[in-house]
Design a protein around this ligand. Structure first.
Ligand SMILES: C[S@@+](CC[C@H](N)C(=O)[O-])C[C@H]1O[C@@H](n2cnc3c(N)ncnc32)[C@H](O)[C@@H]1O
Length: 232
């Protein structure tokens, strides 16, 4: 996962964070305004609200389009990503003294102490993880790092059909554009295609982490938003 995302960060980080961007022609104003919209949509969908005293963990921070906002809304942010290149880009945002950037191992929140966070946020990260067991492991980890009463708001894909490799003429076209340098690479890689998660399994993993699933929105779609809370 690290190698894949480092390559994508070198290729076009803005496109690979938000693939509605024009490949290799980023519109940064639009990119960051969509980041705000998506963060507010995630929090609004599950009714979560950050407090100025909160210590937040952001899982899969990418180039930091949400980290900047979280830093303004919370006390501290620990922004974790598997890709050193993505983290290097995130670090270029000025004036975020309350943010600590962490290089993750791709499967856990190692480096973040037990019961040290009030909130955890993750958007368009789990949908790219090739094996749902890794996502479920992360859910258990989220429970570990949350304080009692702390919450997590995150997006998972619940759409089983979405993660298939494109075949036939469609797949050929994608591969040809990538080979000619006119389109994004890595589109058939398991680290891009990702996987969906079953809500029953997610509830069980949340329980293993001492959490309950309090709310979900968008079940059955790519944008399934989940609110969990550490209850024990
Ligand atoms: C599509 S980007 C989203 C970035 C950010 N959440 C946002 O919405 O702006 C996905 C990010 O997740 C990171 N990522 C992918 N797999 C990961 C993993 N297993 N553990 C941690 N980060 C991962 C990638 O390096 C990339 O920065």
């Amino acid at each position: 996962m690290r190698e894949f995302w480092d390559k994508r960060a070198a290729e076009d980080p803005f496109y690979f964070v938000d693939n509605r961007q024009r490949y290799r022609h980023p519109d940064q104003a639009l990119f960051f305004s969509r980041g705000k919209h998506e963060l507010d949509e995630l929090l609004g969908a599950v009714g979560a609200r950050l407090q100025a005293v909160d210590d937040v963990v952001e899982l899969g921070c990418g180039v930091g389009r949400m980290t900047r906002l979280l830093a303004r809304r919370a006390r501290t942010v620990r922004a974790l990503d598997v890709s050193p290149r993505m983290l290097a880009l995130a670090r270029t945002h000025a004036g975020l003294e309350n943010v600590e950037y962490l290089l993750g191992d791709g499967v856990s929140l190692t480096g973040i102490a037990d019961a040290s966070a009030d909130a955890c946020i993750s958007h368009v990260v789990f949908q790219h993880i090739p094996d749902p067991r890794i996502t479920l492991g992360y859910v258990r980890e989220i429970g570990r790092v949350l304080r009692q009463g702390g919450w997590a708001a995150f997006q998972v894909s619940n759409d089983r059909g979405l993660h298939r490799r494109r075949t036939g003429v469609e797949g050929l076209g994608i591969r040809a554009r990538a080979m000619l340098g006119r389109g994004p690479r890595g589109q058939a890689d398991p680290c891009w295609l990702g996987s969906s998660v079953e809500l029953g399994e997610l509830r069980a993993a949340a329980g293993d982490g001492g959490m309950e699933v309090e709310r979900t929105a968008g079940e059955g779609t790519q944008f399934c938003y989940v609110l969990t809370r550490r209850v024990r």
